[in-house]
Design a protein around this ligand. Structure first.
Ligand code: ATR
Length: 280
């Protein structure tokens, strides 16, 4: 019988996870199936116990349930507990355990694209945004040991709260978006984590990259469009760019690893994913 996996959310119609995980099953030689499981918010409390009592082996969690799922689980791994959100659920010794693969997936994707990013711990990193997505990424970059990880956000209070994750309390300065704009040349890696610039608002950008340092790396977690206005400007200014679909791929790969113990080879899948996103 096929092993059952899936993604819960509302809506889940456009999720690319089924395509990604079906490819992983093929690559790993596993007889598995992966379904979209749309759960109406009105029925969430009844549906989750049914799902957990059924024959599902593991599942992903997307909007709007990344926090709401937590009370139904037996345990959280350290990352998910620190981030306060779960995107992957797996069964371990009969217990349902919540994980968050977003941050580690992000770090793995950027290291795969630019192996020099982590070769020396001398990079200055700027995170743009302080919402849910920024939380996972900030936690994972803190774990790399990078010495400077500043945060710029429209609302200062959210950035201050996020920076409390740094138990050393000496690696993060909080900037306004204007200050980030004016001091951009201080950073080697700039990571945009907000939804600004996402379709259908592709003409929006959070800030101008005029002061960007040549050869900096600019990453955008938005993958619709694949090349955001921010990334286009970064490229024009001579920066190296890192696109959002790469994080999507690597967070899924890490979830698959949690479920099966297998590290699938994703080489070439970024190009396939790109083609799907471009509707080719
Ligand atoms: P997610 O879970 O996708 O990260 P979120 O938790 O709602 O979503 O966080 C959204 C992030 O995008 C926040 O950093 C938010 O800034 P505020 O903290 O000031 O709200 C940022 N954001 C969203 N729309 C924005 C806009 N139009 N201009 C500037 N920042 C914006």
């Amino acid at each position: 019988m096929a092993e059952r996996y899936g993604v819960i959310g509302f809506p889940v119609g456009h999720s690319l996870s089924p395509w990604i995980h079906e490819r992983f099953f093929q690559k790993a030689g596993i007889n598995g199936e992966y379904q979209k499981i749309a759960i109406d918010p009105k029925r969430f409390k009844q549906k989750i116990p049914q799902l957990l009592a059924g024959d599902i082996s593991g599942f992903n969690v997307t909007v709007p349930y990344k926090e709401a799922i937590i009370p139904f689980l037996d345990k959280l791994d350290d990352d998910a507990a620190a981030i306060g959100a779960v995107n992957t659920v797996a069964k371990r010794d009969g217990m349902w355990v919540g994980y968050n693969t977003d941050g580690i997936g992000f770090v793995r994707s950027i290291v795969t694209a630019f192996p020099d990013v982590l070769d020396k711990l001398d990079k200055k990193v700027l995170i743009l945004g302080a919402g849910g997505a920024a939380r996972g990424i900030y936690a994972a970059i803190l774990a790399t040991g990078m010495p400077v990880i500043d945060i710029a956000n429209r609302t200062k209070e959210s950035a201050v709260k996020l920076a409390q994750m740094d138990t050393r309390m000496d690696r993060t300065s909080i900037l306004s978006l204007q200050e980030a704009c004016d001091n951009l040349d201080a950073y080697d890696v700039i990571i945009h984590t907000t939804s600004v610039g996402m379709e259908p608002n592709g003409d929006e950008e959070l800030l101008s990259l005029e002061k960007l340092r040549e050869n900096a790396i600019v990453s955008d977690i938005v993958y619709k469009p694949l090349k955001t206005k921010l990334l286009k400007q970064a490229e024009r200014n001579g920066a190296r760019i890192h696109q959002g679909h790469l994080m999507l791929l690597h967070q899924a790969r890490y979830a698959f690893e949690i479920w099966t113990g297998l590290q699938v080879d994703v080489q070439g899948m970024d190009v396939e994913l790109q083609a799907i996103l471009e509707g080719r």
